[in-house]
Design a protein around this ligand. Sequence first.
Ligand code: GDP
Length: 202
Amino acid sequence: SQISEAVFVKSSKGTEDCPSDGFPEFALVGRSNVGKSSLLNSLVRRRKLALTSKKPGKTQSINHFLINNSWYLVDLPGYGYATAPQTVRTDWDDFTKDYFLNRKTLVSVFLLIDASIPAKKIDIEYATWLTQQQIPMTLIFTKCDKRKKQKNGGKRAEENVEDFHVMMHEYFQEAPPWIMTSSVTNQGRDEILLHIAQLRNY
Ligand code: GDP
């Protein structure tokens, strides 16, 4: 299940513009600064593979990376910029929700949640929306290495994850799969790749 080859294929402006070769895909999405680029680079063991623009308001795009010539990792724009104007937020919703609802080859959405801080309302909202739409989702908790640095008041990653599950509980028919990760220690890297391999074999 290791990655031997990762090739940037295309930056698409919308769902209908995405590659049409039918390879299964796994989309990474999360709040800006959640650690998405770091995770993507850790997964493919490369620096600076992620190309998604970080500036809110710039043209948003769906970036396809072909892995081992057989499946895609897809980088979606981050959501929840504190400074983004409402129009940018609405655009993000339209853009990514269309992709989630209409992309036939999408196997699972990997929703990234920062485990080093309490979950934000917007994270709960997206997890809830994906669940309600019955879009297969995997929760990827990021920055799990930061727990040891938390002192007074700061909760450990495990507690933040537990709190997130409690908040989400009423919306789950069954809990989605979830993986604890760190791009610093590469915790969870093999688990994600194994999870993808298992989903591809269904
Ligand atoms: P993105 O905006 O979601 O692409 O986030 P980045 O990958 O650029 O990361 C945002 C910030 O969090 C950067 O300062 C990273 O160095 C830091 N970061 C990302 N992943 C981790 C992690 O696993 N552990 C720690 N401690 N910091 C991380």
